[in-house]
Design a protein around this ligand. Structure first.
Ligand code: DOR
Ligand code: ZN
Length: 345
């Protein structure tokens, strides 16, 4: 008999769906596995207004394959000049589910991000008042801080004071990569949670740097030492409702990654659930998979859980070396490997 696992349909609480031809190429992968997704606003130009958020939502809906059952949850890109009333209006009209804080210069298309958190104090006060979630790219950007330390320093310099000053604000510390982040979120009050990507559960920095430089293992925040990966696996599979699924799937054209200055981002949407489930199986924690994938996220966001179900079968799945992109190829996470589970639908 084939082993199989049926759970409530999951959601992806952090994804980059891009725009234009890239959106057309990737939207179906996320919509196939997930009912909803928190869609990142780091387009060029970034999504900073209610009108831009609504227009982007409509482009996503138009890019979905026929019959897809998928709801994009839109986010507002915060800048030094974001008007708190624009954020309030976007939330109250149901256009924006959350706001995204990119420290300026931290990652792809973050140049218009926030240069000093004091500049968005008024926005954060309104968000705390209306119960709107702040999604945080948690890395400092100072040139004097080593890239492997940027997340841990962000906790001390930015997150701890922020949470002390605005204890009502709901904060998702996104794509955490360190044991310091696990410890911080575990010890923080209920209004603080974290997402964890598949890649940070599977690979450490050796995967990127040993035996040659591997651009398809490069994302931001960058993968850290093995001890951090083990702490993340423990947190994700612990059953704690503070940790939930967020793929950070971030497609770039193959030639943009395989370059003298390669882009950050791992395209993991096509086999996301198979990738996560492998980790839960290896950790002997399959009973906690549904919580991580389908229950903790909606609970934190105050949204209903999905009624539909999905099934994964224990059947070996071959991940292709590349998938079609817009006039290019997209190299997926686990390219050329086989995974032990297969998403059925
Ligand atoms: O690796 C990443 N890629 N990290 C980010 O924060 C942004 C993303 C992208 O947009 O490519
Ligand atoms: Zn991201």
């Amino acid at each position: 008999m084939t082993d199989s696992l049926t759970i409530r349909r999951p959601d992806d609480w952090h994804v980059h769906l891009r725009d234009g031809a890239m959106l057309e190429a990737v939207a179906g992968h996320t919509a196939r596995q997930f009912a909803r997704a928190i869609v990142m606003p780091n387009l060029t130009p970034p999504v900073t207004t209610v009108a831009a958020g609504e227009a982007y939502r409509q482009r996503i809906m138009a890019a979905l394959p026929a019959g897809a059952d998928f709801t994009p949850l839109m986010t507002c890109y915060l800048t030094d000049n974001t008007d708190p009333e624009e954020v309030r209006r976007g939330f109250q009209q149901g256009v924006f589910t959350a706001c995204k804080l990119y420290p300026a210069g931290a990652t792809t298309n973050s140049d218009s991000g926030v240069t000093d958190i004091a500049n968005i104090r008024g926005v954060l006060e309104v968000m705390a008042e209306i119960g709107m979630v702040l999604c945080v790219h948690g890395e400092v950007t100072s040139a004097d801080i080593d890239i492997f330390d940027r997340e841990a320093v962000f906790i001390e310099r930015i997150l701890k004071p922020l949470i002390a000053e605005l204890p009502q604000l709901k904060v998702v510390f996104e794509h955490i990569t360190t044991s310091e982040a696990v410890d911080f979120v575990t010890g923080a009050p209920d209004n603080v949670a974290a997402t964890i990507t598949p890649q940070h559960l599977h690979i450490n920095r050796n995967a990127m740097l040993v035996g040659g430089i591997r651009p398809h293992a490069y994302c931001l925040p960058v993968a850290k030492r093995e001890a951090h990966r083990l702490a993340l696996r423990k947190a994700a599979t612990s059953g704690s409702s503070k940790f939930f699924l967020g793929t950070d799937s971030a497609p770039h054209a193959r030639e943009a990654k395989e370059s003298a200055c390669g882009c950050a981002g791992i395209f993991n949407a096509p086999f996301a659930l198979e990738s996560y489930l492998a980790v839960f199986e290896e950790e002997g924690a399959i009973e906690h998979f549904e919580g991580f994938a389908s229950l903790h996220g909606p609970r934190f966001y105050g949204l209903p859980v999905n009624e539909a179900q999905v099934t994964l079968e224990k059947v070996e799945t071959q991940v292709p070396a590349a998938l079609p992109g817009p006039d290019t190829q997209l190299v997926p996470f686990h390219a050329g490997e086989s995974l032990r589970w297969r998403f059925v639908g």
